[in-house]
Design a protein around this ligand. Structure first.
Ligand code: ASP
Length: 326
């Protein structure tokens, strides 16, 4: 079943007005976004890419859940494209005073904020808000409950593509707290759309998603089996904040059973890469040795996050302009 966000995010011409989910994006649309992101990537030590695609625009960051990488990289991306940026402190803002989210959105819209970047712990907020904003306003989902984190999925795909090229030969493992992870869902969507040979998910029983989720993915409850021969290993933080009760044993046991360690990495392909969306719990889901080791592309993911967000922002503004010309 298609999620509401996948329909709501498109205008009447089928163009993306919002980015709520990667569900329903075509391979060409994803490739186009990754190509533009690649254009914005600069080698370390060089000055970052800049242009004026967002000149005169205002981007507002509304994060109702904590964020470091995503919020900062949206801000850097928007500034590098010439936008004004406002960061709302949502812990102390009007939602806390009882103002509805929509009133906050209308207030921002009245101040000519035209791109709203949102993160929330509850499912459904980005799609709900997208249905109520003016046609020139764009909603970008920066993390929705356990469901969706589209720009993270795109930056993960860009990172894999840079190192491995074509997806058709790749066996990709996503391991850890899959049940509560929006990163896993968006990564699975994008890897599948780009034609990965196999996507494996590995989690302890309690952290495995429902049977009707991740169709087509191979499921493992043993990490040692799942990691055999893979090209990409993506591990995830345990999302305690989304658990109603403790669902896994202590951290030591978890590390023993589900930690990505140097010994386990030897079972993957010798040139396999290791990914993590951050924030990492070192020596829980990943050992420091692996996180900082030669197979790790974790810092590259962070760098790519800015480029991907620049590409998404520039594309959304281009789509708004195209709509206006109609
Ligand atoms: N930063 C990622 C997210 O917002 C992953 C995490 O928090 O574990 O989903």
């Amino acid at each position: 079943m298609t999620s509401p966000g996948a329909t709501i995010q498109r205008d009447s011409e089928g163009r993306l007005q919002h980015l709520i989910t990667l569900e329903g994006l075509t391979r060409d649309e994803i490739t186009g976004l990754l190509d533009l992101a690649e254009f914005y990537v600069r080698p370390p030590g060089e000055l970052p890419a800049r242009d004026q695609s967002l000149a005169g625009r205002t981007v507002a960051n509304l994060f109702f859940e904590p964020s470091t990488r995503t919020r900062v990289s949206f801000e850097i991306a928007a500034r590098r494209l010439g936008a004004d940026v406002v960061n709302l402190d949502m812990q102390t803002s009007s939602r806390a005073k009882g103002e509805t989210v929509l009133d906050t959105i209308y207030t921002l819209q009245a101040m000519h904020a035209d791109i709203l970047v949102m993160r929330d712990a509850e499912p459904g907020l980005p799609a709900f808000v997208a249905q109520h904003v003016a046609p020139h306003v764009c909603i970008l989902n920066a993390g929705e409950a356990h469901l969706s984190h589209p720009t993270q999925g795109l930056l993960d795909a860009l990172t894999v593509r840079q190192v491995k090229g074509d997806f058709s030969d790749l066996r990709i493992l996503i391991a850890g707290d899959i049940a509560h992870s929006r990163v896993a869902r968006s990564a699975w969507q994008v890897f599948t759309t780009l034609g990965a040979r196999e996507v494996r998910i590995a989690a302890p029983d309690d952290l495995m998603p429902a049977a009707d989720e991740f169709p087509g993915a191979s499921r493992y409850t043993s990490l040692d089996e799942a990691i055999e021969g893979v090209d990409v290993v993506m591990t995830l933080r345990i999302q305690r904040e989304r658990m109603k009760r403790a669902l896994f044993p202590d951290e030591r046991t978890y590390h023993h059973e589900f930690g990505i360690t140097a010994a386990r990495m030897r079972k993957a392909k010798p040139d396999a890469i290791v990914m993590h969306p951050g924030p990492m719990n070192r020596d829980v889901e990943i050992s420091s040795e692996v996180a900082d080791g030669p197979q790790s592309v974790i810092q590259r993911q962070v760098t790519n996050g800015v480029a991907v967000r620049m590409a998404v922002l520039a594309t959304m503004v281009r789509n708004v302009q195209a709509r206006r010309r109609l």
